[in-house]
Design a protein around this ligand. Structure first.
Ligand code: AQP
Length: 333
């Protein structure tokens, strides 16, 4: 909360091509918050380097992620859209919060356990303290709500614990944020292993539908999606593949699971998969068209990066200086 205004913050890592999981679990839901909140949407490039990145690709994806924010309906006049590394207060606050975060808390984070298993040759301190940087991202803006997919809920809960801990020592320092998750779409699963989350860094590109995939590719990927040996379109825990496709179809068409079951009663998986592919491709087509326009104007994207960073810095400086003062750092004006 800044003054009377409630604040919404979220971010996406430019760590790969964005997926329909990133879209349905996060970005698609961002725009509605700008009606009632002061909104900050950040391209979190500092988080991305917790795993090795190719510098040229990281740079390209940073532009692309900002362009995708706008292509997905985020108006830069109504939302502060910026790149994390251009606002140095993120990293500075992260250091301060590190000193109030316990080793045991960070050891319990499931994303750290998963990513250190996946990148066993590079279990760096940044991977371990990733949630502290995320807490800094959020607390820097005195954030009230954080729209995220379910995989990030544990990190927002840790952020709440850190904020509460600091508030006990220094009353009213931080607003304690709430994670907000989409009713449907908070966890889109891999098409190849439907018990695993769809991830942009998955090496199996057939398991993932990217926001920028063309229509033929989208339809081909859905055709190959793993289902089960029955031929019944029914939402059920014991049918993770079909249930995941139903969730995706529901998110893109607005139809409920009951309506989808009725629509495909007596039809096979082939018809259903084609319909999911078409609904996905049709919904993404306007996003892709707008994205191409935005990417053609690199100077425009850079102007937005600059403007967004200036706006974000204004708020970030206020919080950082408040906490520095409380901690006892000398401040000379
Ligand atoms: N499969 C998903 N379903 C729903 N929401 C998802 N999100 C990610 N995957 C899914 C949400 O997207 C937002 C941005 O994610 P991120 O870039 O911060 O990184 P992540 O959560 O680690 O996502 P990825 O795609 O799995 O990235 P990599 O492969 O780089 O680790 C978040 O709100 C996230 O919840």
């Amino acid at each position: 909360m800044f003054g009377e205004q409630k604040v919404c913050f979220s971010g996406v890592q430019p760590s790969g091509n964005l997926t329909i999981g990133n879209y349905l679990g996060a970005i698609k839901n961002f725009a509605e918050f700008s009606q009632h909140y002061k909104t900050f949407y950040c391209v979190v490039d500092e988080h991305a380097i917790t795993v090795r990145q190719n510098p040229a690709e990281l740079r390209r994806r940073t532009y692309e992620t900002l362009a995708l924010y706008m292509a997905c309906g985020l108006d830069p006049e109504k939302n502060t859209l910026y790149v994390q590394s251009m606002v140095h207060e993120h990293a500075e606050l992260a250091w301060l919060l590190n000193c109030f975060t316990m080793f045991g808390e960070l050891s319990r984070m499931t994303q750290f356990k998963d990513k250190s298993a996946k990148h066993s040759d590079n279990i760096n301190a940044g991977l371990f303290t990733y949630p502290v940087l995320m807490a800094a991202d959020i607390l820097l803006f005195q954030t009230d709500v954080v729209p995220v997919g379910i995989d990030q809920k544990q990190h927002v809960e840790l952020c709440r614990d850190i904020a509460n801990r600091l508030n006990q020592i220094y009353p009213d320092l931080f607003t304690v944020p709430e994670p907000i998750m989409a009713k449907s779409g908070k966890k889109i699963m891999s098409l190849a292993e439907p018990t695993k989350k769809m991830s942009k860094s998955d090496e199996n590109t057939n398991a993932v539908v990217y926001i920028l995939d063309d229509k033929d590719t989208i339809i081909r990927k859905f055709k190959r999606a793993v289902t089960d040996s029955e031929a019944e379109i029914r939402f059920s825990e014991d049918k993770p593949g079909v249930s995941n496709l139903m969730t995706i179809y529901s998110c893109f068409t607005g139809n409920t699971y009951d309506e989808i079951e009725r629509e495909f009663a007596g039809k096979g998986y082939g018809d259903f998969k084609l319909a999911v592919g078409e609904a996905t491709a049709d919904a993404l087509a306007p996003v892709q068209a707008r994205f191409a326009e935005l990417m053609a104007d690199k100077a425009g994207l850079e102007a937005q990066m600059k403007r967004g960073a200036e706006e974000a810095s204004y708020y970030a400086r206020r919080t950082l200086s408040k906490i520095q003062k409380k901690l006892g750092f000398v401040q000379i004006r």
